[in-house]
Design a protein around this ligand. Structure first.
Ligand code: TMP
Length: 212
């Protein structure tokens, strides 16, 4: 059985990742591939319960260190319950947010990257995504979109400067690993973002075929 592929979608609030995830899954399924759509934090019953804890607005607040630990615990559960079995069964996994969101959100809030790398390694047994699509968008535009559709989690409530730092951190991560990342222009209409994503995927698949 050939192992499946893990494709992660990353980006700030309102970048259009969720729409893209659904369309990408439909496109791959139309090819005859077995596809699993999932998300983080969440993606398994235990991980979804931890998502509720991390998105809740606690009166005492939640430090980025606490977020990193809970989100990593959720990832460890999600990996074992959902992602690893799917990959082992030859399925393709499309995951809305993954390790790079932790770098962008908790890393830019002050958690050292070395510790986040160690947590990611622990959560996923050292496995990394095969391809990461970063949907890049001006956070002023993304936040307006997210608020228009009624999203109001405590991360979205942060100020624009905070979201700008998150965008910058995503871009730094993408530049550091050009083999794994492709950056898509999130200001384009959803159809054009899908077209760009499919082109990026086709390009990545050529490399996988060539290198195994
Ligand atoms: P979502 O709204 O895209 O589903 O994500 C929920 C929130 O969780 C989003 O505001 C970003 C945040 N988040 C982190 O801060 N770190 C992470 O590692 C992940 C996966 C999400």
């Amino acid at each position: 059985m050939t192992r499946g592929r893990l494709i992660t979608l990353e980006g700030g609030e309102g970048a259009g990742k969720s729409t893209l995830a659904a369309r990408l899954c439909a496109a791959l399924a139309a090819e005859g591939l077995a596809v699993v759509q999932t998300r983080e934090p969440g993606g398994s019953p235990l991980a979804e319960a931890l998502r509720g804890i991390v998105l809740h607005s606690w009166n005492e607040g939640m430090a980025p260190q606490t977020e990193a630990l809970i989100i990593s615990a959720a990832r460890a559960a999600h990996w074992r319950a959902t992602i690893a079995p799917a990959l082992a069964a030859g399925q393709w996994v499309i995951c809305d947010r993954f390790i790079d969101s932790t770098t962008a959100y908790q890393g830019s809030a002050g958690v050292p990257q070395g510790l986040l790398d160690a947590l990611a390694q622990l959560a996923t047994d050292g496995q990394r995504p095969d391809l990461t699509l970063l949907v890049d968008l001006d956070p002023a535009v993304g936040l307006a979109r997210a608020r228009q559709r009624g999203d109001d989690n405590r991360f979205e409530a942060a100020d624009l400067a905070r979201h700008q730092a998150i965008r910058d951190a995503f871009r730094v991560a993408a530049a550091a690993e050009p083999q794994r990342f492709r950056v898509l222009d999130g200001s384009l209409p959803p159809e054009a973002v899908l077209t760009a994503a499919l082109a990026a995927l086709a390009d990545a698949r050529q490399g996988w075929t060539a290198h195994g």
